[in-house]
Structure formats: C-alpha cells, structure tokens
Design a protein around this ligand. Structure first.
Ligand SMILES: [Zn+2]
Length: 249
C-alpha cells in the first residue's frame, strides 16, 4: 500500500473527488486528506466515513488567520476525536502569500500546535518564506510531523528532523529547474522522507498543465529512486513505513 500523505481531494477543491478516491483505492493508494477550514474539514470527515482508504488531517490554514473564531476552534477540538483523524493539518506560516499578518498567522499556528499536543497527534506543516519562524515555533512544542512539500535546504531539513519531523517530497522534485530539491533529497536519509502529491496542486513535470491526482505519486517515487539510485519498490516500502510510523496507520 502506498500512502499519499498530503492531498486535497474533496469537493470544494475538485468536483470528482469520489471518482479520484475510488481510482486511488483500485491502485492500492491510501490518502491523507488535509483540511484548511471548517468547510473542508467537514467534507473530509464525510469521505473518511465512506472510504476505507481515506484518512484525515484536520486544521485551520494560515490564510484563515483573520477569520477563525473560538467556536471554530472548539468544533475542531471535537472533530479531532474521530478515529480516522490521524494528524492536525494543514497548518503553518506563509509569508510569500501574506506578510502583513505575521502575528495572526503565528497565533493561529500556535493554537493548532496546542490542539495537536492535547490530542497527541502529529502535524502536517506548510511553510513558505517562513522557515526560521516555523522552526522556532515548533521547537517550543512537543510534536512530531511532516514538513509538507519541503522546499528548503538540506541543512534546514536536518533541523526539522532533529525535532522528529519527516520531510515531505512532492511534485516539485520532478520539475526541470528544481535542482535544489533534488540535491536536498540526496543529502537527507530516506528514513526521514514521506511522499505526497498536494493534489490537485503541484502537478509533476510529466503531467504539467493537468490537475494533479494521487495516481501521479508514481512520478515522484520514480524521481526519488533515480536520485538515490534505489529500486522504486524500496522507496515505496521505506516511505510507507515512515508514514505508518508517524501517523499510526
Ligand atoms: Zn496542501
């Protein structure tokens, strides 16, 4: 079984979510759907109820930092008790997208990390142009998790690994001009890597121009195998064990 550790296959993101989930199941792929707001979290719980190969990471994303209410927070607190919820995510900081509300983003991120600690769940973290702040905040919390679609240096990756984090490798590793990520992949050990697609975003080079789906995980696995000079089956086996270890699946 292959695990796509980060994707957004639900109806507010993509119309034919059910069809994609069923196709993934036929191909022996399990999905961790990542929520970003009250609506997507609710949609995900409907899908985890219905499909065996679907797990949930629920959370509130940085882009909702100005909107999340106390009521939203207690709803999430309640939802995290569901057995199919295996992480808090997608959460984090993004100063590329917005620089003017860093404090609000940090505050929401802290609240999400507190909830993860309370429920003893790992986290799935988004960090763009905010690596140092992300690391500083994570250091203050007792959580493990995944650095989703990690685009930083190997040196910085090792800092996250020290905290018990795994490094999420997605479509950008296949992108022609992205030598930086391929170099990083060679420098960190595969025992710290997870694979993910971020579908319907971040489509691999081979399918550029199309919406991404979890079936494209194969291109990411192939690229990692190529870079590390390993068999694809071993990449699947080791990254799968990593995911099961982290998320307790
Ligand atoms: Zn995402």
């Amino acid at each position: 079984m292959i695990i796509d550790t980060h994707c957004h296959i639900y109806n507010s993101e993509i119309e034919n979510a059910e069809e994609i989930i069923e196709k993934a199941a036929e191909n022996d792929i399990s999905l961790i759907l990542n929520g970003t707001d009250p609506l997507s979290n609710k949609e995900i719980l409907r899908l985890t109820d219905r499909y065996e190969n679907v797990y949930a990471a629920l959370g509130y994303f940085h882009s909702f930092a100005d909107e999340i209410t106390d009521e939203n927070l207690s709803l999430l607190d309640e939802q995290l008790n569901n057995d199919k919820v295996i992480a808090v995510g997608e959460i984090g900081l993004d100063y590329y997208h917005r620089k003017d509300n860093k404090d609000e983003q940090k505050e929401l991120f802290e609240k999400m990390l507190n909830l993860a600690e309370k429920h003893d769940l790992p986290v799935i973290v988004h960090s763009r142009k905010s690596m140092q702040d992300t690391l500083d905040i994570l250091k203050r919390h007792d959580v493990a998790g995944s650095m989703h679609c990690y685009q930083g240096s190997a040196e910085m990756a090792r800092e996250f690994i020290k905290l018990g984090f795994y490094i999420g490798i997605g479509g950008p590793v296949t992108h022609k001009n992205n030598k930086k990520t391929r170099k990083m992949v060679k420098e960190i050990d595969i025992s710290h890597m997870l694979v993910e697609t971020d579908s319907p975003y971040l489509t691999p080079e081979e399918k550029r121009g199309e919406k991404n789906t979890p079936l494209n995980l194969r291109y990411i696995i192939r690229k990692i195998a190529e870079e590390l000079d390993m068999a694809e089956d071993d990449v699947i086996k080791i990254t799968g064990e990593n995911a099961r270890e982290l998320f307790g699946i």
